[in-house]
Ligand binder design. Sequence first.
Ligand code: SME
Length: 160
Amino acid sequence: MSSMNYDLLARQLVSLLDTRDWLTNATQTVALIKQEIADLNWVGFYLHRKPRSLILGPFQGLPACNPIAFEHGVCGAAATTRQTQRVDDVQAFPGHIVCDVSSRSELVVPLISDERLWGVMDLDSPRPARFSDADQAGIERLGACFMSASDLSGSAIGFD
Ligand code: SME
């Protein structure tokens, strides 16, 4: 399988995010990722809108779990540690929250601005070990593009 061209995808994303509106930009970001990156069944944002809690934001895929406490799941681990969580086998991750039974691997990127956690970006795949080092770096870069393109004021209570 050929690897994804994340340089090109980041350029596409930057040109797509032609407004400062975080909601529009988040929606466009998930749509582009779902369309362009192969083997994904769910892509979306959770926002740090309540203390130590993640609230479902724009996404593509099945209706999802909401809210997610910082203590729970892969998303909670990303929020707590502020480190990207790359899980090759979600069934082996203690406390993984099942939103779509077809998910086999997962990548959750924390989104930080000014040392505050704004939210996380979550990608699920039906393929075990879907995400490589290059995918992780590329998707972290897409998250950074979204953050720098967007006016985040007023978007998340835990953030403001
Ligand atoms: N699996 C995630 C929950 C979110 S869904 O995958 C959309 C978790 O364990 O945090």
